[in-house]
Write a protein that binds this ligand. Structure first.
Ligand SMILES: *Cc1c(COP(=O)(O)O)cnc(C)c1O
Length: 385
């Protein structure tokens, strides 16, 4: 029997055509497709600016830099995320800390954030940036986080790598953060192969990020320090990187975006079907919130330890033996050796650690068939019987 992956990109002929057209064009990178892709992403989120990058990790890095994060500053994020959500703070020489999750939504807990901010304000250790993560595609309570950001004076980078197409109150996410980051890695909602984007309403932040993405180099004479010496002349005015996306990637992304509603519909159907088929098992299923529409990037189940003695390891191995590509999202970041070396310890974020002990991600992707889904469900039923 074919192995069922936990996630899988959906590439159509039209995607291949779009990439081939760029290959036949004069620009493989820094051409018109990037501009079109950025405009499409910005429009979709009602945002003034989108800055595409070679991946979401790079986008997180330049977002932190544009917001002025540096040595002596603090960045807080969720321990239940991919390590990039925290590493971007370390790249800037800042100190990274975490805020525990809400066990129901698995997102950063607003209560825990409020309590930690209150504490930090007394000791003069407030963060400069907080990075909430829309885990599995379910949007964080961004309006509440915005209030706290305004009250305590920090910036919000929403790591929406899982949440392309997600909504709050019927609007695409992104209205409450200073910068919103999306990833287009092949396991994510839509793909550009590798790719990421930073979305913002702020023209100055967008300008900074665009500069940082391309070596800190300008070609606009009005912004130069010295008079232009001719048509070839450019100036490097700060230290930037080569974090550019190619036109090949942008063309793939644009083509994929045109099918986002249809792909979301398929994910929603699969998620609902899991909700029904798994409802009787000793599991905690993903939360649904009336005011929020998840992008359904991941379908994470947790073994209910009060109703089952099966361990996560046993369940993972059973699925794996049956040819089902389960996964675990995520090992809490603070327990990674690199972060343990900074002084984090087991017990620091109990809700995240309890979640990790029980969690397993089961396959969900747009092209998943009923038959594949039934195989996953049957395996879970027999393993948990
Ligand atoms: C995938 C992911 C990233 C990094 O994305 P890349 O495009 O692979 O760099 C960052 N944060 C989260 C939450 C992710 O899932």
């Amino acid at each position: 029997m074919d192995r069922i992956p936990y996630s899988c990109q959906a590439i159509e002929e039209e995607d291949i055509e779009a990439v081939a057209a760029v290959l036949r064009s004069p620009f493989l990178t820094q051409g018109p497709e990037i501009v079109r892709f950025e405009a499409a992403i910005a429009e979709m989120h009602g945002a003034a600016h989108a800055v595409a990058a070679c991946n979401a990790t790079a986008a997180l890095h330049i977002a932190c830099m544009a917001l002025g994060l540096g040595p002596g500053d603090r960045l807080w994020t969720s321990p239940i995320s991919f390590t990039a959500s925290a590493n971007c703070g370390l790249y800037c020489g800042a100190t990274v800390d975490f805020v525990d999750i809400d066990p129901v939504t698995r997102n950063m807990s607003v209560e825990a954030l409020a309590a930690k901010l209150d504490q930090a304000s007394r000791t003069g250790q407030l963060p400069k940036i907080v990075v909430p993560v829309d885990f599995s595609g379910l949007p964080c309570d961004m309006p509440a986080m915005r209030k706290l950001a305004d009250q305590y004076g920090f910036s919000l980078i929403q790591d929406a790598s899982h949440a392309v197409g997600a909504q709050i109150d019927g609007h695409p996410i992104g209205r409450d953060a200073d910068i919103v980051i999306f990833s287009f890695h092949p396991v994510k909602i839509v793909t550009t192969g590798e790719g990421g984007v930073a979305v913002t309403q702020d023209a100055e932040l967008a300008r900074q990020m665009a500069l940082l993405r391309s070596h800190g180099i300008i070609r606009d004479e009005n912004l130069m320090t010295n008079p232009s010496e001719g048509g070839w002349y450019y100036e490097q005015i700060m230290l930037g990187y080569n974090y550019r996306m190619t036109d090949l990637q942008a063309a793939l992304g644009l083509s994929q975006l045109s099918r986002l509603p249809a792909m979301w519909q398929k994910r929603e159907e699969r998620a609902r079907r899991y909700d029904d088929l798994l409802s009787e098992l000793p599991l905690r299923l993903p939360a649904r919130a009336n005011d929020r529409q998840s992008a359904h990037h991941l379908y994470v189940i947790e073994i209910d330890e009060t109703r089952s003695t099966v361990t996560r390891r046993e369940l993972y191995d059973r699925l794996s033996t049956a040819g089902i590509g389960a996964n675990v999202h995520y090992i809490p970041i603070h327990l990674q050796p690199h972060y343990r070396n900074m002084g984090f310890e087991p017990g620091d974020f109990p809700a995240a650690e309890a979640y990790y002990r029980r969690a397993i991600t089961i396959p969900l992707f747009p092209r998943m068939t009923d038959e594949q889904q039934d195989r996953v469900v049957d395996c879970l039923k027999s393993a948990l019987a």
